[in-house]
Design a protein around this ligand. Structure first.
Ligand SMILES: [Zn+2]
Length: 89
């Protein structure tokens, strides 16, 4: 049995689309993944069993409900990572 956290693909998508606007001092994979992880920790997981076509519809639904929250949490996470990156500056 396989369930996926739909919030993951949703957050990933929003980060990719808005990464430039976050004006991060560093854009390496470590910082990006850190923003991704921190954002997911701040949001409720939304698990679903994978059915290909169905998943897209569900993510769209999630988007309507959580878009504002997701953007807000990404901005918060980006601020934390910008101030304290996991690696040496
Ligand atoms: Zn970095």
């Amino acid at each position: 049995m396989k369930a996926v956290n739909m919030m993951e693909s949703f957050v990933h998508d929003v980060i990719e689309r808005n990464w430039e606007d976050l004006n991060m001092p560093c854009s390496c994979d470590v910082c990006k993944s850190d923003v991704f992880a921190l954002t997911l920790n701040a949001l409720p997981p939304r698990y679903a069993v994978t059915h290909r076509g169905d998943l897209y519809t569900r993510i769209q639904f999630l988007k309507e409900q959580f878009y504002t929250d997701v953007v807000r949490e990404i901005v918060n996470a980006a601020r934390v990572v910008a101030e304290k990156p996991l690696h040496d500056v």
